[in-house]
Design a protein around this ligand. Structure first.
Ligand code: BES
Ligand code: MN
Ligand code: MN
Length: 483
């Protein structure tokens, strides 16, 4: 059954890519309220295709989310309760035949159809929402993160349904979200409130990378994150900096002073007790990472493109990005940033700061430690509002389960190589909820490449990996039936 489906996928590969291009033309940028209609259109696009290929109970599930709105001038931020979130797409197909008297395996397929903003636009060699094929790559925002990868799931299902007379080797539930890139509040609530609707034996997620070209990879750990905002307020309103400079507090200087105390020059985070719960990788895991084909110099030159690499001494790049907590500042807003000069002491300033967490740090405790520390070091005359925007738990997945073996044997057939086990420095918030609320293992079987430019200009998907991904998923679903 799986072999004929693989043949079908090969014969229809060109069409699959053309369909993916139509999907990529929809600018489903979840963070931009002006794109809400496009985001919904992308959800409909996925639902229509799931219906067309023969999936059942296909529907959009509405979500809601809380939103913070900022007053344009010096007033405080206001939390506006419950606006509409972006819809989830659900589908299932629950007719697999029991194997050897045991109930059939159910696989939950997860992906996200939302994408990051495309800016800076001028850096793109072809427009982000006009997919373009060059040198075996498909360039577009969302090509690999995650529209292209979730499309592999849909096309694997199509290949199996079309060649199996409408049957699948396992029961399938599909849940696709449109808010992953903004924290995934809606899907988290759905998993909490309706775990029975997603009941499955294993979840399959394709939203991560291969360690190197041609090297099949399972990602067995993700960092968690807390994404925060610090709003600093000084004087009642903006002031002339000549008349009041020397007397009035400046919220930008305050933010700079606070940020400068968040980590030291080596990158070690200075928040007291932040590292208390940290659980270091095992010696076996560290030894396996050492054996991976990785050259820090090549990485610096080709991936990062900086003069030096930063971070805690005594830890390798892989340890620093996979297994150490880190802190970054994403932007500082407010005040005067227009052309020329304006002599003003702004009344308020805002900084976006996030921290990546590793097992077994918790989001609630990490945020509380951070907030307490930031408030404790706040300069005189400044009031702060330290807010949590979104968060997700760090995860580690055990490699000792039969689904991992099903996945590695499927990828062996396609790539002719043994799978390497890695972690990812990024975060997929819902994976922690799958493990915690549904109690099921998650396989992170991703087919991106390190130079695919996720979240950056010229995002791409290496098309050979799109096709090999579909074949791997088809074969995985076939062997999952025997688990
Ligand atoms: N697909 C990425 C996460 C990822 C990338 C995992 C590479 C493993 C390897 C995902 O879409 C993402 O970008 N997540 C955000 C999290 C979010 C809460 C904004 C991230 O990591 O910044
Ligand atoms: Mn993603
Ligand atoms: Mn992403």
């Amino acid at each position: 059954m799986s072999e004929t489906a693989v043949t079908f996928a090969k014969e229809n590969g060109k069409r699959f890519v053309e369909e993916l291009k139509s999907f990529l033309r929809i600018p489903s940028i979840s963070t931009d309220p002006e794109r809400a209609a496009d985001v919904r259109r992308a959800a409909e696009f996925v639902a229509d295709e799931l219906r067309r290929i023969g999936m059942e109970n296909v529907r959009l599930l509405e979500t809601s989310t809380s939103e913070t709105v900022y007053a344009p001038s010096s007033g405080p931020a206001q939390v506006v309760a419950a606006r509409n979130g972006h819809p989830l797409v659900y589908a299932d197909h629950m007719h697999a035949v029991p194997v050897n008297g045991k109930p059939a395996t159910t696989v939950l397929l997860y992906g996200h159809y939302d994408v990051q903003p495309a800016e800076p636009m001028e850096e793109w060699k072809s427009p982000p929402f006009e997919p373009s094929e060059r040198d075996g790559n498909l360039y577009a925002r969302g090509a690999v993160d995650d529209k292209g990868q979730m499309w592999m799931h849909v096309k694997a299902l199509e290949s199996l349904l079309a060649t199996g007379g409408g049957r699948l080797p396992v029961n399938i539930r599909v849940i696709v979200e449109g808010e992953e890139e903004v924290g995934g509040e809606g899907i988290a609530a759905f998993v909490r409130e309706h775990p029975e609707q997603l009941r499955a034996d294993v979840a399959l997620v394709s939203d991560s990378e291969m360690f190197a070209p041609d090297l099949p990879t399972l990602c067995v750990g993700l960092r968690g994150m807390i994404y925060t905002e610090i709003e600093a307020r000084g004087a009642r309103s903006d002031l002339h900096s000549g008349m009041y400079g020397g007397a009035a507090p400046n919220p930008f200087v305050a933010l700079a002073q606070i940020i400068a105390q968040l980590k030291d020059a080596t990158g070690r985070i200075l928040i007291p007790h932040f590292y208390d719960r940290l659980c270091a990788p095992s010696d076996a895991e560290l030894a396996a990472w050492k054996a991976l084909p990785f050259d820090e110099e090549v990485y610096r030159e080709t991936e990062v493109g900086s003069t030096v690499l930063t971070g805690e001494p005594g830890f390798s790049v892989l340890e620093r990005t996979w297994a150490r907590p880190t802190l970054d500042v994403h932007g500082i807003a407010g005040g005067f940033t227009g052309a020329g000069a304006k002599t003003v002491i702004p009344a308020r300033a805002l900084a976006k700061v996030s921290m990546r967490l590793v097992p077994k740090m918790t989001t609630a405790e990490s945020f509380a430690l951070y907030k307490d520390y930031v408030e404790a070091i706040c300069p005189a005359g400044i009031t702060l509002d330290v807010r949590l925007i979104h968060s997700g738990d760090p995860v580690v997945v055990s490699t000792d389960n039969p689904y991992v073996r099903a996945a590695t044997s499927a990828m062996y057939k396609v790539f002719g190589k043994e799978t390497v086990f890695v972690r990812g420095g990024g975060s997929i918030p819902i994976v922690g909820d799958f493990i915690r609320e549904l109690g099921i293992p998650t396989l992170l079987m991703g087919f991106g490449l390190p130079d695919d430019n996720l979240h950056a200009p010229n995002e791409k998907f290496h098309l050979a990996n799109f096709h090999r991904g579909i074949e791997s998923i088809v074969l995985f679903l076939g062997s999952a039936a025997e688990v």
